[in-house]
Design a protein around this ligand. Structure first.
Ligand SMILES: [Zn+2]
Length: 194
């Protein structure tokens, strides 16, 4: 099932999400819905609050982006031997971040028509449960680690625009107000904030 994506201004995007376990109602269908909604929107990551569920669940696909990149882009965005991932993260916790940071443009399916530079750690260690609820601890790098950080923050009620400077935010004020008013142009179904 494809669900509409919640848009900036919707209170669910500011909620601290809760942990879940295997007994969460229809969890397999929920995960499948997340993947279908992400593919339909042609995105690289989606967190549960973006389909109106305040639970600690997100999906990340950096594999398709890798496939579309040139050799030069792959060198900049991916670690050696990393071809991207397609992974479901449940109850994730970032346990370590590298001191090394990098800056590149970022967008969000919940904030259409906006693309801003964000500085983030190059690599992270993350503890989570996969779609079978098996415990995992993994280190991710580059573009994959960036998407994971972005989606993880969604499950904490944070948005990537929270990383922007007050000056930059001021410059974007009109644009953000337009999005709040539902004046958006998205190629996928959305659920506006009112
Ligand atoms: Zn997002």
């Amino acid at each position: 099932m494809i669900k509409p994506i919640t848009i900036y201004g919707n209170p669910v995007l500011r909620k601290e999400c809760v942990n879940i376990d295997e007994t969460y109602p229809s969890i397999r269908e929920v995960i499948e819905t997340m993947w279908q909604t992400l593919r339909n929107a042609d995105g690289c990551g989606l967190a549960a609050p973006q389909i109106n569920l305040p639970i600690k669940l997100f999906v990340v696909n950096s594999r398709d982006s890798y496939a579309y990149m040139s050799a030069r882009e792959r060198e900049r965005f991916f670690a050696k031997d990393d071809c991207g991932i397609e992974e479901t993260f449940i109850n994730a916790e970032i346990t370590a971040c590298s001191d090394e940071v990098w800056t590149t443009g970022e967008g969000c399916l919940s904030i259409p028509d906006l693309y801003e530079e964000v500085t983030r750690p190059w690599s992270i260690t993350i503890k989570y449960q996969d779609k079978e609820f098996n415990e995992q601890v993994k280190v991710y790098y580059g573009y994959t680690a960036r998407i994971i950080q972005h989606e993880f923050e969604h499950t904490e009620g944070k948005l990537y625009i929270d990383h922007l400077s007050p000056f930059r935010k001021q410059l974007l004020r009109n644009k953000l107000t337009r999005i709040l008013k539902g004046k958006i142009n998205a190629s996928y179904p959305t659920q506006k904030s009112y």
